[in-house]
Design a binder for this molecule. Structure first.
Ligand code: ZN
Length: 328
């Protein structure tokens, strides 16, 4: 009898995780063990704040409809939102991807759905997902380094996100990594995000093509813009310019990993985001650079062990899992 009570209690402990992106919204039911069910995907309507919130609501309602009778197990909704959010007031403060400012996300959704809702920044939910269900599961401290359209890190200590005074702790993407390189959208030159994000890799490759450096990338782009995907494909096919760009990116990011380890001394640094999933050429280059930095500094060598760096095994699901963890 006692066993039955416990299992029925466990069964109610589920939440909906929502991963809100600039082009699509993914949502699913996540149970306490991290099992994903009733997954849906919807296009994000970014024509206005109300339209965006309506498309988020529609995705959640689609999950609830799909869950049918098991929707009663859902105790809340957690959302990962790109940009700056206030998790206390539940307001989306500023999002370039969604084109909104001061969006009343939690108030609007709670009124419509009748379920408690919580929001966090998208990189933060990635960090929480990894801490709870991924590489950080049995560890006290974790740094999640997200490598994609942007570059940012988040720190989780004892299962809790370290936000800093203004909620921006871990914005390592705007550390200057190469002061002679490209201008960043933030105004500074050579930020990690400007040169080692997906668009940063493409921009550096474009520079090489524009400078008439002999490379297969010119034919691949065929007069159009060079993409990140082309750079990795050309590198795999043996193009030296593309290989150098990827290797250099690994050096920039390896430096960032060292900085994060020196700052936080975490049990593990987890690489997530699209670039971490783009094959192992880049991650191998990052590891090579971290090893090199350890070889040259006995202080860093003392902190560094190969098992302190891992690639996310949760992949694209990490945001859904972390978002749900906000409400579990
Ligand atoms: Zn910057």
């Amino acid at each position: 009898m006692a066993t039955m009570n416990i299992s029925s209690l466990t069964a109610r402990r589920a939440a909906i995780g929502v991963d809100v992106g600039g082009t699509k919204i993914a949502a699913a039911v996540v149970d306490a063990s991290g099992r994903l069910t009733h997954r849906v995907q919807r296009a994000t309507d970014v024509s206005g704040v109300d339209a965006t919130l309506a498309s988020i609501r529609a995705a959640i309602e689609a999950v609830l409809a799909d869950a049918g009778p098991t929707a009663g197990d859902v105790g809340g909704v957690g959302l990962g939102i790109p940009g700056k959010v206030d998790p206390v007031s539940g307001v989306g403060l500023l999002s370039v991807n969604l084109g909104w400012r001061d969006a009343p996300v939690v108030a609007t959704l709670e009124a419509a759905l009748g379920l408690p809702c919580r929001i966090e920044n998208d990189v933060s939910v990635g960090a929480l997902g990894e801490a709870r269900y991924g590489a950080g599961r049995d560890r006290q401290s974790l740094v999640y380094l997200s490598l994609g359209t942007g570059v940012a890190a988040r720190v989780v200590i004892d299962g809790r996100l370290y936000r800093g005074a203004g909620g921006m702790a871990g914005e390592i993407g705007h550390l200057v990594s190469d002061p002679d390189s490209l201008l960043c959208k933030c105004g500074a030159r050579g930020c990690l995000e400007a040169i080692a994000s997906g668009p940063g890799i493409a921009a550096r490759a474009q520079q090489a093509v524009d400078a008439r450096t002999p490379t297969a990338l010119r034919d691949m782009a065929a007069g159009g813009p060079v993409t990140t995907r082309m750079v990795f494909a050309a590198a795999d096919a043996g193009d030296e310019v593309a290989q150098t760009i990827v290797e250099r990116t690994g050096q920039y990011l390896g430096g960032a990993v060292k900085t994060l380890i020196m700052l936080y001394d975490p049990e593990i640094v987890v690489l997530g985001g699209g670039l971490a999933q783009a094959g192992n050429r880049l991650t191998a280059a990052i590891i090579r650079e971290v090893d090199r930095l350890a070889a040259e500094s006995y202080v860093f060598r003392d902190l560094w062990r190969p098992d302190r760096l891992a690639v996310s095994v949760l992949g694209p699901d990490v945001a859904l899992l972390g978002a749900a963890a906000l409400a579990l």
